[in-house]
Write a new protein. Structure first.
Length: 253
């Protein structure tokens, strides 16, 4: 079945009206959306380089993702923060930054847009994410996000435009991200004892000290919080010695 026939069959011209421009097996390719949507974009390299120039307006960098077991690029602190949240999400199985150019014609001229992230979820769904603060969305960006949403809807991907996360939650997640690597949880004996101690809500530092030397115990505790095996109110209060920690009902990955 051709792309045009597929578009008619599904009643959505977006399948043929949009094109994807991406790298696959080291080769640059360009295909209609209806013919390229099933590429594993969570493994795709970026389609354009990041701006590393000194004195520039962006803040590009590489974030080590434990989900990917590899580095993922970002172009702003806001994108970096979103990467942290995605990396901690147990539903996320793969993350790629700027995985493709989306091409379309808006009726006046040809347009293109590279979304910030493509995410693969545990149930196999794809999610396209653009990161932009509410007060930084101009007409061109709004049109690009609207087009991206339509393209995603036509192939069953989710689309999300996300802005600035809650500052308290983000401060806590930046701290916990320091302990995201699996080596922080290598002490299985310490982890088991922490799960026993925090079987009931217990202040963070008191519970850690009851297990052993805080210098050895706290990294394991913070890793378990990152993983979702332990839980605390990280959405409304900054983590501290008196934060109540308890074993989570459902463990993260």
């Amino acid at each position: 079945m051709t792309v045009e026939e597929l578009a008619v069959d599904h009643g959505d011209l977006a399948l043929g009206g949009f094109e994807l421009d991406f790298y696959h097996d080291g080769v640059r390719r360009r295909r209609p959306l209806g013919a390229g949507w099933n590429i594993r974009f969570e493994q795709a390299p970026p389609v354009r380089p990041f701006d590393w120039s000194k004195g520039g307006t962006s803040f590009a960098g590489w974030y080590y993702s434990v989900t990917n077991a590899d580095h993922v690029g970002y172009e702003s602190w806001l994108e970096r923060d979103r990467l942290i949240l995605l990396d901690a999400d147990p539903e996320v199985r793969g993350i790629a930054s700027q995985p493709f150019w989306l091409h379309w014609h808006d009726g006046v001229r040809r347009r293109r847009h590279a979304p910030d992230y493509f995410v693969r979820l545990a149930d196999g769904r794809g999610r396209v994410i653009d990161v932009r603060a509410d007060d930084q969305i101009d007409d061109a960006a709004a049109q690009a996000f609207e087009a991206s949403q339509r393209a995603c809807r036509s192939v069953g991907w989710e689309f999300a435009r996300v802005g600035v996360p809650d500052p308290v939650l983000m401060a806590n997640m930046r701290w916990l991200a320091r302990y995201r690597r699996r080596r922080c949880g290598d002490r299985r004996d310490v982890a088991d004892e922490l799960l026993r101690v925090f079987g009931q809500p217990t202040p963070l530092r008191a519970g850690a000290c009851s297990v052993g030397d805080p210098l050895l115990v706290l990294p394991v505790l913070f890793h378990l919080l990152w993983m979702g095996v332990l839980a605390a109110d990280i959405g409304t209060q900054l983590l501290g010695s008196d934060s109540l920690v308890h074993a989570a009902k459902v463990a993260g990955r």
